[in-house]
Each structure stands twice: as C-alpha cells, then as structure tokens.
Write a protein that binds this ligand. Sequence first.
Ligand code: PMP
Length: 428
Amino acid sequence: MSVGPLSQKIFARAKTLIPGGVNSPVRAFKNVDGDPFFVRRAKGSRIEDIDGKHYIDYIGSWGPNILGHAPIPVTNAIHEAAKDGISYGIPNLGEVEMAQKIIDWVPSVEKVRMTNSGTEATMSCVRLARGFTGRDKIIKFEGHYHGHVDSLLVSAGSGALTLGEPDSAGVPKSFAAETITLPYNQPEKLEEAFAQYGEQIAAVITESYPANAGLIFPRAGFLQLMRDLTRKHGALLIFDEVMTGFRLAKGGVQELEGFTADLVAMGKVIGGGLPVGAFGGRADIMDHLAPVGPVYQAGTLSGNPLAMVAGLTQLRELEHNNGFVHLDQLGAHFEQGLTSVLSAKGIPHRLNRVGSMFCLYFLDEEIVNVETVQKQDFDVFKKLFWGCLEEGIYLAPSLYETGFISMAHSIEDLDETIEVIEKVVSKW
Ligand code: PMP
C-alpha cells in the first residue's frame, strides 16, 4: 500500500531539496518500506493529509501534543502572546513562571534552564555533569535515545536503531570512547562498569522509562542500583524524562517510582508543541552553569515567550482537567480492548503500557532490553502499520517507537482503532 498521489508527488520533490525528503529520519517511513504522507492540517485526535484522507493519530508530534492537535487554549495563548513580541532575547516573565512550574512539579529540580530541544537538554546535562565532577566518562544504555548528541549517539534507539546505524558517521572515536554502553536491566554489568571505571565516571544517563526501542520498564531494583552506585562513586545520575516528563504524572517517572535523580532532562510536553527543552536539578550542580559558573551553555531562542506561554497553558490545562488520571483511564481502556482482541485471535503479543504511552510487540515474553525487542517479526509489524494506515489509523511507522494517546482521543476513537486492528489481523 502507498500513500495518496499528492503526497507521493511532493515527497519526490522534497527528496531533491532535503536529505531523504525529511527533517528528522523516522518521518521517512524507511522502517516500514514506504514513503510518508504529507499533513495538511490536524485537530484534536485527527490528522488530514494533503490528499484529503483522515487519520486518528497515535503519535501526537512524537509526544508533545498531549491535549491533541491545536487545542484552543494553547493556540489562543500563542496568538495573544505573539502580539506583544515573538522573541526578545531579554528576560521575560514567562521564563520565571515556567521555571517555577517545573520546580513545583518535578522532584529533585531546584533550579532549571530552558533549551530549544530535548537534544540540547541532554547534551547540557552531560557537559554539566562532566564540569561538576571533573570526570569524562558517561554510562548509557543500549537502545536508549537521548537526542543526536555526539557522545550519546552510541548504541542509541529511535531513528538510529531504525536505520541500523547505532554509531553515526561523524562522531569521533575519541568521543565515543568516553561513553560506556551497557545492556539495560542487567545489574551485574552496571556493577562491573563501576568496579572498573568508578573514579572516571561523571554520570549515568538513562531514559526514565526507555521508550525509543519500544517501551521497556526497569526491573525491580535496577533504578535504585543506579542511584546507589552513582552516589557511592561520586557520579551523577541523569534522568532523561524528555518523553515521560509531564506525560505520566506531574513529576514524571521520578514521582511514579518515588525516586530522585541529580539532573533531569525534559522536553516535548512542556513546549505545548513549540520547540522546547529544559534541564534542571540540584541547585549546587546547576550553579556551575555560566554566568555564575564555568560550564558554558546558551541559546538565542531559549525561554522564547511564545514557547513559554504555550507550554504553561498546556500544563495548566492538564492540571485543571485532571489530565494524568484521565489519560491513564483512556490507556487502560485501549489496553483491555486490544489485548482481548489479540488474545481471542491467538496472536502472540505483549502490550507494554504506562498511562497514555503504549507499545505493541508481536512476541509473548517479557521485554527486557533491545535484544528481546529485536526477536520479533518485523514483517508482521509492517503489515499492521500499512493495514491500519489504509483504514485511517496512524501508528508510528517503526516498531521502535512508542504510541501516545492524547486528551483529545475519545473512547469512540479508541474503539474504532481496536476494531480496525481486529480487522487487519483477521486477514493474516
Ligand atoms: N530524549 C528522549 C528520551 C527522546 O525521546 C528524545 C526525542 N524523541 C530526545 C531526548 C531528543 O529530543 P529532541 O528530538 O527534542 O531533540
């Protein structure tokens, strides 16, 4: 199956102008052996493509659109704020209000700085951890994606995993040599790494719930082991909550797990769909940043007034509408419906879900790390993806991505999706 004729025509043109025709690799549909559609407009849970076809969307701009597409309070707030100026490069009140909101909501954040993307947030956390500890080595986990930061693009997830290029060309070997990559959920490997390099390790960085190789959960005690070993060896623990922060709970996975990191990288939902990231943590660490400290970090558009207002409005809407509880209810409804349909058909599967994040695996065993994820039959996923797209359901075009439900999804949307999946799998 392919997308509509206008999308095909424009994609052909895009490929002559933009590498691969896209501004971010996963959008190219390479993992499902096809070409993407082009969007015309999106509202609520729905997207319309330029050929006029409608889809129920389970990507939500890869996470930020937790209220759905173009929520009126957010579009109004952006419109009003733009009248007073689009960017100043001068301190504005929105930055202070956003900082206050993040500090109020997120455990362990005593001071915070805004960036323009999740990549900048994780990159800045790593630099700050190195500057603070005076050490160079970083531990990361296989299949965890932290943006396209040189030293973190080693055995990464998401697009890097999709394209089979875990180590990007252009990353000097000497940079990658400072990154120790370990399999996830294997405590003995973490212990060994600290036993061998303990004195040299600046930080452990982990996705709070890994969501770039599907959706994987930490086994009991694994997060605590990271916490204990980093403390014992004078290293920092960096929690990457770019995906999970403000999506699962006010305080993200730290709140869910009753856990505190030293530094937290954030993004996606806090920007309300505009380009935003943030990083924060213990005040004594954060005060190593310029202009007070020696670690340099900056941004022409960081703390942009439209982005602050869009993000703050989105967070307030979530709070006022009891968002995290409602999203979990929608997620539970979807999980129950979908698993009963697949079980009735005798299709081996695992649906990993937390709140409004989900990933369907065609494999019936505990998903522990990337190795387990890669055991499944990718052709089956491709059939599901194209079958759903044809019927107007837009799932992520890669088995390695997590799906998102938004506040704009109705029970009817979810039921329609389950019916479509049932129809698609019945043809197998
Ligand atoms: N960390 C995680 C966990 C992510 O999922 C992503 C992006 N999907 C990033 C960092 C990078 O964020 P951005 O794409 O905004 O640079």
